[in-house]
Design a protein around this ligand. Sequence first.
Ligand code: PRX
Length: 640
Amino acid sequence: MAVETKVSREDEFRQAEHEIYPPSPEVVAQANVKDYDAVVKQAREDLAGFWAERASELEWFAPWDKVLDESNKPFYKWFTNAKVNIVYNALDRHMKTWRKNKVALIWEGEKGEQRTFSYFRLWQEVNKFANILKSMGVHKGDRVTIYMGRVPELPMAMLACAKVGAIHSVVYGGFSVEALHTRIMDSESKLVITCDGGFMNGKIVELKKIADEAIQRSPTVENVIVVKRTGHEVNMEAGRDLWLHDLMNLPIASTKCETEVMDAEDPLYLLYTSGTTGTPKAILHTHGGYMVGIHTTLKWVFDLKDEDRWWCAADPGWVTGHSYIVYGPLLCGATSFMYEGAPTFPYPNRWWSLVEKYGITVLYTAPTAIRGLMRFGEAWPNRHDLSSLRLLGSVGEPINPEAWKWYHRVIGKKRCPIMDTWWQTETGMFMITPLPVVPLKPGSGTFPFPGVEAEILNEEGTPVGPDEEGFLVLTRPWPAMLRTIYKDPDRFVRQYWTKYPGKYMTGDSARRDADGYFWIIGRVDDVIKVSGYRLGTAEIESALVSHHTVAEAAAIGLPHEIKGTAIYTYVILRQGSVPSEELAAELRQHVGHELGPIARPEKIEFVTKLPKTRSGKIMRRVLKARAQGLPEGDLSTLEE
Ligand code: PRX
């Protein structure tokens, strides 16, 4: 097995502890926050006052009684009894100012088509969409599943749901039948919004076909709205499926639509994510606190200004897209860019040509994309004028110092600071991150955002010393925090707040160096971050076991040069089935069909036994150690 040893990467990170990149005078001169120490101090001493000040930069229908209600921990509430709607701040509010005519969104399709929306136009389209939703009986609190490619109608659908007070549940367009089905069922969505297909890497992704298969077994779904993107023929079920463009032409789709008045704590969306065990869980975010959290973090960390052209190259189907493609930039009144396709289509310079063509000033992406593009060499980016860039960002997994330095030197021409933002679906907003004025170390997220407090603890809950690895926890509430796991408050308490009572357990391990810089090491649970995408071992294993030849399966993540982590699986076949290359290929295919291409294992190894505890739990840590030739640790609980 070609696995990189853990040690080499660790050394790379340790060396970077001694390299400091201070901000240039130009960066400091234009930073939205210049006195970093002062804001950190203010937030530390008066958390409620700090967030109240941030909240007053936005508009509320009615003010809050209390900034933070801690009376029922860990069910924290923010801005209690305030009335608000995030869409009012993202769109409606701008109709009263010059921003009405500002470009909100520039989109380019993989084939090179372009669409541009001013704030006014986007507001009108969202109003029309919202009126359609209302006419279909979608009301406050109803769940709507959105399963689309990266097209402008995706943010529009999300915003339209929020406008009428419905709760959207976006399922990443790279997921497949089973993943979509379980998410529709758990959320009990009555409406699904999808596309006829999407373009990715020159091919059509059959979104409607996958949705049909998933919906067939989902009795709650009454209607499906379909966006025409590819124009190829798809099945349209009479009485259930409707084309969006037909609906948008109906008189009911008026360009005026009242925005629903919501309580600050009313749900905005569900987003399914993989946890330690079992099925993916729906993280619940709300209108008020979430809005304040992402507005502040985007404005401060990426220093957004009216002149900027912001490009968050994630997918709207993940939390990064929710917070920083859809809601955050609109709350900031920014101009943002969205690209439909793959970074290397048709050539590895696609992204760099987009930066040049659209004059992108701030680019935010994932380490896996950087490592993937780095592999093609410097000639590709060097062909393009990247001088519009002034800030860069990274998210999703640790960025190794080598990739960080390449990004800094080749893309940022040593002028652009890199904001390495650590956060999670659950946190909703950046948690450990520099601001532009903070001196950087390659591969470190530096310090907690003002108002955020983090600790690194050992098993017993005592803080570890400098440079020691431990569990990363957050010790103070923040406004964009998840409020619960939808329909499962016990799991919410158990998963995040029980190991160290009163502290939020992140599921990551980390260390802090002698200068206090945080270095995220990685997940300590059964979550695997493949190319920055979050998957659970349980989902992969159950997809494998759903194949008729498989009796048992175990999935682990192992270091991978480009993907960060890759999925390795061990399979015990049922009696009568024989291991073969063909069967391994078929199983990989099967996982791809059930969950999506990102979940396809890198390798399937057929075995006759799996290491288990006496109570029958698979010891993935032992599999991991064996695969890497590392010490297997304490084996006292291993069954005979
Ligand atoms: O392990 C951490 C890693 O991604 C996990 C959260 O995944 P998800 O909920 O999908 O959200 C990803 C985008 C916010 C974390 O527990 N992670 C995220 N950002 C970083 C990171 N690891 C290291 N450095 C980061 N900047």
